[in-house]
Design a protein around this ligand. Structure first.
Ligand SMILES: NC(=O)C1=CN([C@@H]2O[C@H](COP(=O)(O)OP(=O)(O)OC[C@H]3O[C@@H](n4cnc5c(N)ncnc54)[C@H](O)[C@@H]3O)[C@@H](O)[C@H]2O)C=CC1
Ligand SMILES: O=C(O)[C@@H]1CCC=N1
Length: 273
């Protein structure tokens, strides 16, 4: 079996490891480097994976190394990792927001690299991941990267790396937009007098049902929306209010801010010329 190392054992690493274990990867084939002792203990206790305090120790012997640290931590981990990665030449997968493939090549050397952007629903196997490969990634390695991310949910290859910040703005950050909308819907229902537990249950099930209609049926969001909207009915009244308040522009501005933040995060990691 392929040995996989995770550098950073936080939320996303945990989600991706959970998916791999569910899809048949043996815990013994997964090594995790994590500086926090309590997190290492929890990972071993909960998932049965082997944890290391040292990044190079986790990466030694791995055919796939997943970089799952915060973007700001990325330049610092090259110190301990570059040597071992140059010796073993694994497939390097980065899940860090913003961080570009050319930066990864500069820090870790010429390697097959896949930059990807998963999201938190990976925790329940319902994630969505965009992936982008550099020219050194073989067809077999591409298939391996896809297999790793497929275990967390849906995957899509993105040919143009410049669009990865848009993927981050769409599906990487997207779960938070959705939760924010649900919070607002629940709060409005409670303000109208509905008990909180009823508001929460009805809102959550509504989102589940709407999401399943989108993913399990063949209709797009626009036509599903139209089917809810009776002429001169309640939905029309709500949608007209959204339109008057500029919902599409609000969403476009928010996604623009997310995309720009991805680019800024990456730029902040470039050495001044
Ligand atoms: N949270 C999210 O929704 C998503 C996050 N991402 C990306 O995933 C990456 C990780 O994010 P999270 O899991 O949310 O963060 P997190 O903070 O939960 O996990 C990061 C882990 O890295 C560890 N760490 C810190 N310094 C380290 C070092 N020098 N060597 C090894 N490990 C070190 C931390 O102790 C922590 O456990 C980020 O780059 C983020 O942009 C990608 C998609 C979605
Ligand atoms: O907020 C962030 O920067 C990360 C990347 C996408 C989701 N969470």
């Amino acid at each position: 079996m392929t040995q996989i190392a995770f550098i950073g054992g936080g939320n996303m690493a945990r989600s991706l490891i959970g998916g791999l274990l569910k899809h048949g990867t043996a815990p013994g084939d997964i090594h995790v480097a994590e500086p926090m002792a309590t997190a290492r203990e929890a990972l071993t206790r909960d998932l049965g994976v082997t944890c290391h305090a040292d990044n190079a120790a986790a990466a030694a012997g791995a055919e796939v190394v997943v970089l799952a640290v915060k973007p700001q931590v990325m330049p610092a981990i090259q110190v301990g990792l570059r040597g071992i990665l140059q010796d073993t030449a694994p497939l390097l997968i980065s899940i860090a927001a913003g961080v570009r493939i050319d930066q990864l090549e500069r820090w870790f050397g010429a390697l097959p690299i896949v930059r990807c952007m998963p999201n938190t629903p990976a925790l329940i196997g319902a994630g969505a991941t965009g992936l982008c490969a550099n020219g050194a990634v073989s067809a077999a390695q591409k298939a391996k990267a896809q297999e790793v991310l497929d275990s967390a949910g849906l995957t899509r290859w993105i040919d143009d790396e410049a669009l990865m910040d848009t993927v981050t703005a769409l599906s990487g950050s997207g779960p938070a937009y959705f939760f924010a909308l649900v919070e607002a819907m629940e709060a409005a229902a409670v303000a109208q007098g509905l008990p909180r537990d009823a508001a929460r249950a009805l809102a959550a099930q509504t989102c589940l049902g709407a999401g399943r209609m989108l993913t399990e049926g063949s209709e797009d969001a626009g036509s599903l929306r139209q089917r809810v909207t009776s002429p001169n009915g309640t939905t029309q009244a709500a949608l007209e209010s959204f339109a008057a308040d500029g919902l599409p522009a609000i969403v476009a501005r928010a996604m623009g801010a997310a995309r720009q933040r991805g680019a800024e995060l990456a730029a902040s990691l470039d050495e001044p010329s």
